[in-house]
Design a protein around this ligand. Structure first.
Ligand SMILES: Cc1cc2nc3c(=O)[nH]c(=O)nc-3n(C[C@H](O)[C@H](O)[C@H](O)COP(=O)(O)OP(=O)(O)OC[C@H]3O[C@@H](n4cnc5c(N)ncnc54)[C@H](O)[C@@H]3O)c2cc1C
Length: 418
């Protein structure tokens, strides 16, 4: 029996590749992690611009994600929670929806707001109770679209349009709510149990924390891989490497181009998002919450004063505001239209905000099947010595990416043990 260590290549240092790398490290296996970009994180990256921390697209961690709880050190991330609820802008003013368990006095205070009918309030409570008391509730319903599920559950069209389309449309990056109701229930239970949070120093802290425990020298940044097959990878530099095991940990789109023969799935268009960042030293709303477009007129679906979630997102005395749009509109007037909407929401001072930077993320989430939890994960093994992981193999979330990385690592460990 050979005592020589197998050689292993992981392609992509997003959350799935990092999760895979960490488990291989724990198993005592050596590997090289090839990353095309100049830092780890993939779709979870942040930039520091003029002292402001800008996540590449508005995104949050749901601390209840089971795999994230296993993998991440939340204390080290210094998680800063969002208010448990949302402020919905509808017919000229904000209406606060508060989680009755976490903010009982707010819930009582706003309970007489006729914006939400008593029946919808009651249904919300029933749904909350069901997701909290039923283990893996998402596995117990037939596969259907979220919109149909909400209708069947008895929510009014008004409440679906005003609240669910804005809140979960922002999560799914599609407002038709065609995403699987199973994914919806999974996320609803995650929001209900743990809310949403940001690492104090920005989302990049998540991949940075995962990378810190990797063995020295295993990570090759700025090293795109141009082709892959079992037993062989080619780098953009022309270098050819012959690893015993190759794990492809890239987005669905890149996987389809790197593995045209082994890909197998039909590639659907991805879901996009655009985020405009503004800064100001003028007063901003105090509540660390998410502000939603209840009117549904857009273009901004949600806004957030990030410096109220974590003051470290902005220099002292300054504020950072994100305005998020579903899709990737290309219009020279976009900034002006967004400002008009923000002025309607937060007052004329929005016209004085400084536009710091915009991010247009064409590939933010994979479409369709990867958001259908019911279909189950894609197998990690493509061929002997060839593996895949990534959110598109599991479900399109931080949690899904982490699970898929673990599953690929377990498959490699299993193969090297035989
Ligand atoms: C704007 C936005 C908001 C989001 N919001 C949330 C949220 O609130 N909550 C949530 O749970 N999820 C959210 N997500 C989804 C979540 O970020 C992703 O599901 C997850 O990060 C995907 O990780 P991954 O490892 O599968 O893929 P990726 O992050 O895409 O990682 C793939 C890596 O491979 C590298 N790579 C690509 N090509 C090559 C190559 N040829 N050679 C070498 N390396 C290569 C890439 O540079 C990248 O680092 C959001 C995503 C975006 C973009």
């Amino acid at each position: 029996m050979s005592t020589q260590q197998p050689s292993i290549a992981i392609i992509g240092a997003g959350l799935s590749g990092l999760a895979c790398a960490r488990i291989l490290t724990k198993a005592g296996l050596k590997f090289t992690l090839y990353e095309a970009a100049d830092a780890v994180g993939g779709r979870v990256r942040s930039d520091v611009v003029d002292g402001f921390t800008l996540d590449r697209g508005f995104q949050v961690l749901l601390p209840s994600y089971p795999e994230a709880r296993r993998v991440l050190d939340y204390e080290g991330l210094k998680l800063r929670p969002f208010y448990r609820g949302a402020d919905l802008f509808y017919k000229g003013k904000f209406h606060r929806l508060s989680d009755p368990v976490n903010h009982p006095s707010d819930a009582v205070k706003h309970s007489r707001d006729p914006f939400v009918s008593w029946m919808d309030k009651w249904r919300t409570l029933v749904l909350r109770t069901e997701v909290l008391t039923t283990r893996k509730i998402e596995r117990r319903i037939p596969e259907m679209e979220t919109e149909d599920y909400l209708r069947d559950f008895g929510f009014s069209e008004e409440f679906i349009d005003r609240f669910f389309r804005a809140f979960f449309g922002g999560v799914f990056l599609e407002k038709d709510l065609r995403t699987s109701a199973r994914m919806f229930l999974f996320l609803y239970s995650m929001f209900s149990t743990g809310g949403a949070a940001l690492p104090a120093h920005g989302m990049q802290a998540i991949p940075d924390q995962m990378a810190i425990s990797l063995p020295p020298g295993c990570l090759r940044l700025n090293t795109p891989v141009t082709s892959v097959r079992a037993g062989e990878i080619t780098l953009a530099s022309g270098e050819i490497i012959h690893p015993d095991h190759v794990i492809v940990a890239v987005s669905e789109e890149v996987a389809a181009s790197l593995l045209p023969d082994a890909f197998g799935e039909k590639l659907l268009p991805a879901r996009s998002t655009t985020c405009l960042y503004f800064t100001t030293d003028l007063p901003v709303p105090e509540t660390p919450t998410i502000y939603l477009d209840g009117d549904g007129r857009g273009p901004v679906n949600s806004a957030c004063v990030l410096s109220k979630i974590s003051p470290l997102y902005a220099p002292n005395g300054q504020h950072l505001i994100s305005a998020s749009i579903i899709g990737a509109p290309s219009s020279e007037e976009l900034e002006g239209v967004v400002r008009d909407q923000m002025a309607a929401w937060f007052g004329e001072s929005a016209y004085l905000w400084n536009h710091l930077r915009s991010y247009q993320i064409r590939y933010a989430l994979p479409e369709s099947r990867q958001l259908r939890l019911g279909e189950g994960p894609l197998p990690a093994v493509l061929a002997p010595g060839l593996y895949r992981c990534g959110d598109w193999c599991e479900d399109a979330s931080i949690n899904g990416a982490l699970i898929s990385g673990r599953r690929a690592a377990e498959a490699v460990i299993g193969a090297t043990a035989t």
